[in-house]
Design a binder for this molecule. Sequence first.
Ligand SMILES: [Zn+2]
Length: 132
Amino acid sequence: MVEFLKRAARGFGAVGLMCLSGCAAVDTHQRVADWPELKVVEHHVSNREMRDHCAPFVGSLESPLGCTVFYFDALEAHIYVSREFPSDFVLEHERLHASGYDHIGSVALQTMLKDWRARSKVRLAATPAAAK
Ligand SMILES: [Zn+2]
Protein backbone atom coordinates (compact mmCIF):
# COMPACT_ATOMS: atom_id res chain seq x y z
CA MET A 1 0.00 0.00 0.00
CA VAL A 2 2.79 2.37 0.88
CA GLU A 3 4.43 1.51 -2.41
CA PHE A 4 1.16 2.22 -4.21
CA LEU A 5 0.86 5.63 -2.57
CA LYS A 6 4.43 6.47 -3.42
CA ARG A 7 3.81 5.52 -7.01
CA ALA A 8 0.57 7.48 -7.14
CA ALA A 9 2.23 10.57 -5.70
CA ARG A 10 4.97 10.34 -8.27
CA GLY A 11 2.30 10.43 -10.95
CA PHE A 12 1.96 14.14 -10.32
CA GLY A 13 5.67 14.68 -10.57
CA ALA A 14 7.99 14.65 -13.47
CA VAL A 15 9.91 12.12 -15.46
CA GLY A 16 12.89 13.12 -17.48
CA LEU A 17 15.24 12.15 -20.20
CA MET A 18 18.66 13.68 -20.46
CA CYS A 19 21.38 14.21 -22.92
CA LEU A 20 24.82 13.34 -21.59
CA SER A 21 28.24 14.03 -23.02
CA GLY A 22 28.15 10.81 -25.01
CA CYS A 23 24.54 11.37 -25.87
CA ALA A 24 23.00 8.61 -27.96
CA ALA A 25 21.51 9.42 -31.35
CA VAL A 26 17.76 9.89 -31.59
CA ASP A 27 15.80 7.57 -33.83
CA THR A 28 13.99 10.12 -36.01
CA HIS A 29 12.14 7.47 -37.98
CA GLN A 30 10.12 5.98 -35.20
CA ARG A 31 7.96 8.08 -32.94
CA VAL A 32 6.43 6.55 -29.81
CA ALA A 33 2.92 5.38 -30.74
CA ASP A 34 0.05 7.53 -29.39
CA TRP A 35 2.46 10.18 -28.15
CA PRO A 36 0.30 12.98 -26.69
CA GLU A 37 0.46 16.54 -28.02
CA LEU A 38 2.63 18.26 -25.43
CA LYS A 39 3.15 21.96 -24.96
CA VAL A 40 6.93 22.40 -25.20
CA VAL A 41 8.56 25.03 -23.01
CA GLU A 42 12.25 25.76 -23.58
CA HIS A 43 14.36 27.05 -20.72
CA HIS A 44 17.70 28.57 -21.68
CA VAL A 45 19.20 28.90 -18.25
CA SER A 46 22.58 29.12 -16.55
CA ASN A 47 24.64 25.95 -16.56
CA ARG A 48 24.05 25.60 -12.85
CA GLU A 49 20.29 25.93 -13.14
CA MET A 50 20.22 23.42 -16.02
CA ARG A 51 22.15 20.96 -13.85
CA ASP A 52 19.74 21.52 -10.94
CA HIS A 53 16.83 20.54 -13.17
CA CYS A 54 18.57 17.70 -14.97
CA ALA A 55 20.62 16.17 -12.16
CA PRO A 56 17.76 14.06 -10.70
CA PHE A 57 17.69 12.11 -13.96
CA VAL A 58 21.42 11.56 -14.22
CA GLY A 59 23.83 9.28 -12.40
CA SER A 60 25.98 11.05 -9.82
CA LEU A 61 29.14 10.81 -11.93
CA GLU A 62 27.53 12.01 -15.11
CA SER A 63 27.24 15.53 -16.36
CA PRO A 64 24.12 16.54 -18.27
CA LEU A 65 24.19 18.83 -21.32
CA GLY A 66 20.47 19.31 -21.25
CA CYS A 67 17.30 17.43 -20.48
CA THR A 68 13.62 17.23 -21.21
CA VAL A 69 11.29 16.93 -18.23
CA PHE A 70 7.86 15.52 -18.96
CA TYR A 71 4.80 16.61 -16.98
CA PHE A 72 2.28 14.32 -18.61
CA ASP A 73 -0.47 15.37 -16.20
CA ALA A 74 -0.15 18.92 -17.48
CA LEU A 75 0.64 17.77 -21.04
CA GLU A 76 3.84 19.76 -20.96
CA ALA A 77 7.46 19.03 -21.77
CA HIS A 78 10.11 21.35 -20.38
CA ILE A 79 13.50 21.48 -22.06
CA TYR A 80 16.45 22.71 -20.02
CA VAL A 81 19.65 23.71 -21.80
CA SER A 82 22.61 25.81 -20.78
CA ARG A 83 22.78 29.31 -22.25
CA GLU A 84 26.45 29.44 -21.25
CA PHE A 85 27.24 26.50 -23.52
CA PRO A 86 24.62 26.80 -26.26
CA SER A 87 24.46 23.83 -28.57
CA ASP A 88 22.08 23.47 -31.50
CA PHE A 89 22.72 19.75 -31.39
CA VAL A 90 21.56 19.42 -27.78
CA LEU A 91 18.54 21.68 -28.32
CA GLU A 92 17.42 19.79 -31.44
CA HIS A 93 18.00 16.52 -29.62
CA GLU A 94 15.80 17.56 -26.70
CA ARG A 95 13.11 18.91 -29.06
CA LEU A 96 12.94 15.49 -30.68
CA HIS A 97 12.44 13.89 -27.26
CA ALA A 98 9.68 16.39 -26.47
CA SER A 99 7.86 15.36 -29.63
CA GLY A 100 8.08 11.67 -28.81
CA TYR A 101 11.30 10.43 -30.37
CA ASP A 102 13.55 8.20 -28.30
CA HIS A 103 17.17 7.14 -28.63
CA ILE A 104 17.89 4.38 -31.10
CA GLY A 105 17.04 1.06 -29.48
CA SER A 106 15.60 2.67 -26.32
CA VAL A 107 12.09 2.21 -24.95
CA ALA A 108 12.48 4.80 -22.15
CA LEU A 109 9.93 7.25 -23.56
CA GLN A 110 7.47 4.49 -24.38
CA THR A 111 7.83 3.14 -20.82
CA MET A 112 7.31 6.59 -19.25
CA LEU A 113 4.14 7.11 -21.26
CA LYS A 114 2.83 3.64 -20.49
CA ASP A 115 3.50 4.06 -16.75
CA TRP A 116 1.76 7.43 -16.74
CA ARG A 117 -1.27 6.06 -18.59
CA ALA A 118 -1.48 3.13 -16.13
CA ARG A 119 -1.32 5.51 -13.14
CA SER A 120 -3.92 7.82 -14.66
CA LYS A 121 -6.31 4.88 -14.94
CA VAL A 122 -5.71 3.94 -11.30
CA ARG A 123 -6.42 7.54 -10.23
CA LEU A 124 -9.63 7.75 -12.26
CA ALA A 125 -10.83 4.45 -10.83
CA ALA A 126 -10.08 5.70 -7.32
CA THR A 127 -12.04 8.92 -7.78
CA PRO A 128 -15.57 8.49 -6.32
CA ALA A 129 -17.12 10.65 -9.06
CA ALA A 130 -15.73 8.35 -11.70
CA ALA A 131 -17.42 5.33 -10.11
CA LYS A 132 -20.94 6.74 -10.56
ZN1 LIG B 1 18.66 12.11 -25.51
